[in-house]
Every structure is written in structure tokens, then in C-alpha cells.
Design a protein around this ligand. Structure first.
Ligand code: ZN
Ligand code: ZN
Length: 717
């Protein structure tokens, strides 16, 4: 008898032992069905042992080992183990979250085969088939010419009969060898970056590819992918958002005819996601492109890892296993002994600091790839002098008008959706607040609702003040819907397109809008950060930025970094083609160093001042952080749990500091009160050692209705 040590999706940081008649090291990484309480669960075998501490009477027998998935490799399990230890979650939870949903349950997955071929018996049967068996004959005749994908064969019932009778068998889909179409001449900077990265293809080396917008980072990725594929390896490309996958997938498919490019995102149908995962695991997918969850794609021949827009906060998972896909991608490349490329126009300060210290190799690209294309001119509009009327300064209005006259497009950036952030009663001071969150209800006039942007609660707009009955309620502040109204009144003949998560919610809307923009059917684009990310708008020659100052005074020390990156990205939309671009930023603080750095297009000096401030203040990356969060129906209960957690914290000397419990900046969300304790350490190792011990004691605390979790390297407070 053998003992299977199984990782299960159970909130306990341990493996579970089961007895198996027969098992070997070869079963490590396989799915197995096991009894748990009175349920049946599926887990992954991570060890096969000869003995167990579980008393014989309590040891239960494992169910069948499921053969629907090849075993996960040791390299993959090492990644999962690292994520579990680093982010302080049970290994079973990490593995379960990484697997596609169809491979999480105890029932074996049976996917329909992707392609079929005819057998010798099938060829013989072509001679003897009854004349009226039209459907079966059609399939056999089609396959007599060679294997075909399932989609090319009609009639499910006839196919099933042929498979049952052994006349047709399922096979791997036929495919041509991958090629690469060069069709582009690299600039000297691009060629230098490609050479540096491809020289490292047989070893681990992390690169930070810092290139100004339009410097052609994507071409660098494509040429490096070509080199990896040429060596028979697979490439992994991560992007921060689902929205960014179609255009990159299209570029990959066009430039690599014959290659299998697989997109992995949470938006896929369950079978599709499982099928693509298995294609990656079988080594059949050449390139896996996806959002953060794709960092766990099984890639037995991994040769290159790329993380595009590496600064983007979307790479950090904000619930469940709170991992950073960017950081795991670096670890993964290390385990696989392959290079990893982190690309951005505005790198995260963490990555920048690593490049400064020599841990990452910095590859800078300072030229735009298209000949003659220049960086846009950035101008600051002092709204203390040129007062904004309904959000629009005279300078910005004039600039938009001149674009309309010349038949060019303008983009107005306001990172706040809805009509106004709050509805106010001038008589008594009532404000529209969410009853479930410590937040305002946002006024949406397009569909006449008040809406909470945190929990999604909706209410009709009240006819009068709920407190004093005053009927004259005021919309306070400005969102995209309100600015749309202003622009429509100011430029009545212009075709205006509002682009935010409200107007793009319906499936296919954003793609349709991009089509309309490309076709020149819109003259003024107005929108939120959706517009700032990675899309090309060649006819846009003006970018106007409205109301960005709020982030300068935010309590979150990461706010300036995010604002700089956002404005830099959105400014980069201007003048990408031949026409020079202009960026107008409306601000009350034109002397602010952040805006001055934008005017000079200088990321490096901005990053240096930010890093200096963080060093003085003792913020990351100069210290390492984790938070213990607790949420409950009431704040006192959440805080009481944290007090007990502090009392139970292990001895830590001076290496780790623990702070007092405080409410989170959004203290109440969806009816639950939220508080947290911050842990800080100069040494990552000291913090990890402390967290490992602390989290074991936390699992032993009685929590009642309190839900808690640890967040390592948090970005939300
Ligand atoms: Zn009132
Ligand atoms: Zn709410």
C-alpha cells in the first residue's frame, strides 16, 4: 500500500493523506478523486509516501486517479508551491485556483476530440457501406483524404457510430510548421534589445524593457518569440487586460502562420478554457497569451516569458490567492531557466529599482519606431488663470476647435465615469451615500440612476431630498457623462464618442467603437483610462486632460506613480502617425514636479524623485509589506479579531514591525466593515519567516463571523 499526499481546495495549510493500492512517483502531478467528510473532492497528488501519521482507522482510501490531464510537471508544482508559501495560502487553494474550472471537480473531464482520422478498417468499409448510409459515407470519404478537424465533419450521430465501430479514431489536430514573417525592419534600438534578449535564451535573465510610447516594444516581443519558437520552445505573453488580447493575438497569428496561438482569459467558455490549457500542457500551443491567470498555464517547453505593461495594477489578484502575476512570471522564468522581459513605457518603481541595482538588465528605447514620428508636445493649462467653464478651459476648447477645422481627432481624458460623483442637497447638506459602503452613490443621468461604484447598488434618483424634502438637488463634481453634455453643447456639429465602462459594457461594443474611431466616424473621443491602454488612434492629434489634480493630494503613496503612468500613456495616444501631437493638461498646480516631468517626457528623473521620497518615508520597495485584513458586520468585531491576531503574533525582534489595527480607506464595503494590520520589514526573508509562523497561528484563532486574509505586497489599503 502507498500513501498519496494530496493538495485539496480546503482552507487549511496542509496536505491530506489517502491510501492507494498502487501508486508511484509517476502519479505526482495527477488529479485524483478523494472522499472528504461526506463529499467527494478532486485534488492533485504532490507526494507519494510509504508511511503516514494518520492512524490506520482514520486513513481513507483514495478514489480513482483521473487520466483527463497529463501530470503537472515538477516545474509547475514548484511554481504553485512558491506561490502558496510566498502569498501564505494553502497549496491546494493555489492549485485549484490555477486549474481551469472544468479540471477542478472530481468527475473526469471528457472533451470532444479536436480531430479525426480514418482507420484501415474504415478504408475497407468504404467499399462495403450500404448505399443509403450517406452521412457515414460522407465522413469516411472526407477522411480518406487525410485527418480533419471535428468542426469540418457534420453529423454527430454518424460520427459516433463510426468511432464505436473502429472505422474512425480521434487524433491530435493536424497542423503546419510554425513560420515567422519578418515583414518589418527593426530600428537600431529594437535590434539591440532583441539581440540582448535572444542571447539569453538558454538561461534565466530578467530584462526591463523601458521604451517610450510607440517605440515598438511589440516588435521586440515578436522577434524574441520567433527565436524561442525556432528552438522548438513555447512562449508565454502576459497582458494586464482582456481588452488587450485580441489585437496582440491577431498580430501573433498573422506574423506566425502555422503556429498555434492560444489565448487564456477568464472570459472563455469552460470547455474552451480547459481545451486550451490542455493544448498548452501537451506542448501543442506555441504561444500562450493571456491575462494574469495565464501565468499558471502549464508549458513543458517554456522558452521565453514576456509581461507587457508590467507596471499595471491589474497583474495583482485582489481576492482569493492574492498573487502578482508579474512577480510570479519572474519566478517562473527563474525555475524554467529562461529569460523574462518586463515591458513598459513607465515601469513600476519596484522594477525600476531592480534595474538600478543591477538585478534586472535595463533595455531603454527612447526613439519612436516610425521614422519622423515625434513625441507629443505637452502643455500645462493653468486653470487659476484660464478658468475652466463647465470643466473646459478656453485653451482646450480652442485646441479642439482647431482639430475639428482640420478634420483631425481629439481625445479628452477624464478618469471618472457617471454624470457627477455625488448628489447634494444645498438646504440641509444631505449627500447621496451608499447604505452598504463608506462611499457616495454616483449620479448616472444616462439611465437616471444612483449607482455605487464599489458594491454595484442602484437606486432611482430621488425627486426630493430624503431628509428635508427640498426638491432642488445639485449634481456636484464632474464625470464623463456631464463632460459629454458640455462638449455636445460647445461643439454641436461634432461627432462625439463617450468611452467608459458604462458605454462599453455590452459585448462587442468596445470593438465596434474602435472600428468607428479608425474609420473616422468620431471627431471627439471622451473617456476614462480605457483609452489610455495600448490602443492606437492614429488620427488623434490632441489629448486634453481634465481634472487630474485629485491624485496629487491622495493619501495613497502610489497615487503619483499611477497618475504619471496614466497621463504618460494617454498622452502617448497623440500624434502616433505623421501628424505631430499635442497634450493639454488642465491643472491648478502647473509647477508640480509630476507635471513638469511630463512636459519633459522624463520618466527616469520622475522615478528617481519618487524613489527618494519613498526611501525617506520608509515605503516599498525599501521595505517589504503585508497586511492582515479582517471584515465583519461591525467594525469593533473586525478590530477585536485583529487585536487577538496581534496578541498571538510570534516573537519577531526588531526585524518586523507590526502596526495597530486601522479601518481600511474604504472602511465599509457591501455591508461589511473592514480593518487591517500592517506588517513591515527591511528584509523580505525576515517578513516571510514571520508571516509563515503567524499565519499558522491565525488558522487556529476562533474567527466567528469575521473573515480574514493576508495580502503580501499589497497595493490596496
Ligand atoms: Zn435636504
Ligand atoms: Zn456600495
Amino acid at each position: 500500500m502507498k500513501i498519496l499526499r494530496v493538495a485539496l481546495d480546503v482552507p487549511l495549510p496542509k496536505l491530506f493523506d489517502y491510501a492507494a493500492e498502487e501508486a508511484s512517483e509517476g502519479d505526482i502531478g495527477c488529479r485524483v478523486a478523494v472522499p472528504f467528510g461526506n463529499r467527494s473532492l478532486a485534488g492533485v497528488i504532490v507526494e507519494v509516501a510509504a508511511a503516514t501519521d494518520v492512524p490506520a482507522g482514520k486513513l481513507r482510501a483514495a478514489g480513482p486517479i483521473l487520466d483527463d490531464m497529463p501530470p503537472l510537471t515538477r516545474e509547475w508544482l514548484a511554481l504553485a508551491r512558491f506561490a502558496a508559501e510566498y502569498y501564505q495560502r494553502p497549496l491546494g487553494e493555489v492549485i485549484h485556483a490555477a486549474l481551469p474550472p472544468r479540471l477542478r471537480g472530481p468527475r473526469p473531464l471528457r472533451l470532444p476530440p479536436a480531430a479525426y482520422a480514418i482507420t484501415v478498417a474504415g478504408r475497407a468499409a468504404l467499399e462495403t457501406l450500404r448505399p443509403r448510409a450517406h452521412a457515414r459515407r460522407a465522413i469516411l470519404e472526407r477522411l480518406a483524404g487525410g485527418p480533419a478537424p471535428a468542426a469540418a465533419l457534420a453529423s454527430g450521430p454518424a460520427l459516433r457510430v463510426l468511432v464505436r465501430d473502429g472505422l474512425v479514431i480521434a487524433v491530435a489536430p493536424p497542423r503546419a510548421a510554425a513560420q515567422f514573417l519578418e515583414e518589418y525592419v527593426l530600428t537600431p534600438e529594437q535590434a539591440w534589445a532583441v539581440a540582448a534578449i535572444t542571447r539569453a535564451l538558454d538561461r534565466y535573465e530578467p530584462f526591463l524593457l523601458a521604451g517610450v510610447t510607440s517605440s515598438g516594444k511589440t516588435e521586440v516581443y515578436l522577434y524574441c518569440v520567433a527565436q524561442a519558437l525556432g528552438r522548438g520552445r513555447q512562449a508565454l505573453l502576459l497582458v494586464p487586460e482582456i481588452n488587450l488580447t485580441p489585437q496582440l493575438a491577431e498580430a501573433l497569428e498573422r506574423r506566425f502562420p502555422g503556429a498555434r496561438v492560444v489565448t487564456l482569459t477568464s472570459a472563455l467558455a469552460a470547455n474552451e478554457r480547459a481545451e486550451r490549457w490542455l493544448a498548452a500542457q501537451a506542448g501543442d500551443a506555441d504561444v500562450v497569451l493571456g491575462t494574469r491567470l495565464a501565468v499558471f498555464a502549464p508549458l513543458p517547453n517554456l522558452g521565453l516569458v514576456v509581461v507587457d505593461e508590467e507596471h499595471d495594477a491589474s497583474f495583482k489578484q485582489q481576492d482569493g490567492v492574492r498573487y502578482s502575476a508579474r512577480d510570479l512570471a519572474v519566478y517562473r522564468a527563474h525555475v524554467a531557466n529562461v529569460p523574462v522581459v518586463l515591458g513598459s513605457a513607465t515601469p513600476s518603481l519596484e522594477s525600476w529599482a531592480h534595474a538600478r541595482s543591477g538585478r534586472y538588465r535595463l533595455l531603454e528605447m527612447s526613439e519612436r519606431a516610425r521614422p519622423g514620428s515625434r513625441l507629443p508636445e505637452v502643455r500645462l493649462v493653468d486653470t487659476g488663470v484660464d478658468r475652466a467653464i463647465d470643466g473646459l478651459s478656453a485653451a482646450l476648447a480652442d485646441a479642439i476647435q482647431s482639430r475639428l477645422d482640420r478634420g483631425e481627432q481629439s481625445l479628452v481624458f477624464l478618469n471618472r465615469r457617471g454624470y457627477a460623483p455625488v448628489l447634494v442637497c444645498g438646504a440641509c447638506g444631505w449627500m447621496s451615500g451608499c447604505p452598504r459602503c463608506a462611499a457616495h452613490l454616483v449620479l448616472h443621468t444616462a439611465d437616471r440612476r444612483l449607482r455605487c461604484h464599489h458594491c454595484g447598488r442602484e437606486e432611482p434618483i430621488p425627486r426630493h431630498c430624503p431628509t428635508c424634502g427640498n426638491v432642488d438637488l445639485t449634481a456636484f463634481g464632474r464625470g464623463t457623462q456631464r463632460l459629454e453634455e458640455t462638449l455636445a453643447a460647445r461643439f454641436p456639429r461634432a461627432r462625439l464618442l463617450r468611452i467608459d465602462s458604462d458605454s462599453t459594457r455590452a459585448k462587442g461594443r468596445w470593438a465596434a467603437m474602435r472600428g468607428a474611431i479608425a474609420a473616422g466616424d468620431a471627431q471627439i473621443l471622451l473617456g476614462t483610462q480605457i483609452l489610455a491602454k495600448g490602443h492606437d488612434f492614429p488620427a488623434v492629434t490632441l489629448v486634453g486632460v481634465v481634472n487630474a489634480d485629485a491624485a496629487l493630494v491622495a493619501a495613497d503613496y502610489r497615487a503619483p506613480e499611477r497618475l504619471f503612468s496614466q497621463l504618460y500613456q494617454v498622452g502617448g495616444r497623440a500624434g502616433r502617425a505623421q501628424a505631430p501631437g499635442e497634450v493639454l493638461i488642465q491643472t491648478r498646480f502647473p509647477q508640480h514636479p509630476l507635471y513638469q516631468a511630463l512636459v519633459r517626457h522624463q520618466f527616469a528623473p520622475f522615478a528617481e524623485t519618487q524613489l527618494a521620497e519613498r526611501r525617506d518615508a520608509g515605503f516599498p520597495p525599501f521595505v517589504h509589506e503585508a497586511v492582515l485584513r479582517a471584515e465583519s458586520d461591525t467594525m469593533p468585531r473586525a478590530v477585536a479579531f485583529l487585536e487577538r491576531a496581534l496578541a498571538a503574533a510570534p516573537e519577531r525582534g526588531e526585524a518586523v514591525s507590526l502596526f495597530d489595527p486601522v479601518p481600511m480607506s474604504l472602511a465599509r464595503l457591501a455591508g461589511r466593515s473592514r480593518a487591517q494590520v500592517l506588517a513591515q520589514a527591511r528584509s523580505r526573508r525576515a517578513l516571510q519567516a514571520f508571516l509563515g509562523e503567524w499565519s499558522r497561528t491565525l488558522y487556529g484563532l476562533r474567527a466567528g463571523d469575521v473573515r480574514w486574509h493576508l495580502d503580501v505586497d499589497p497595493i490596496e489599503f
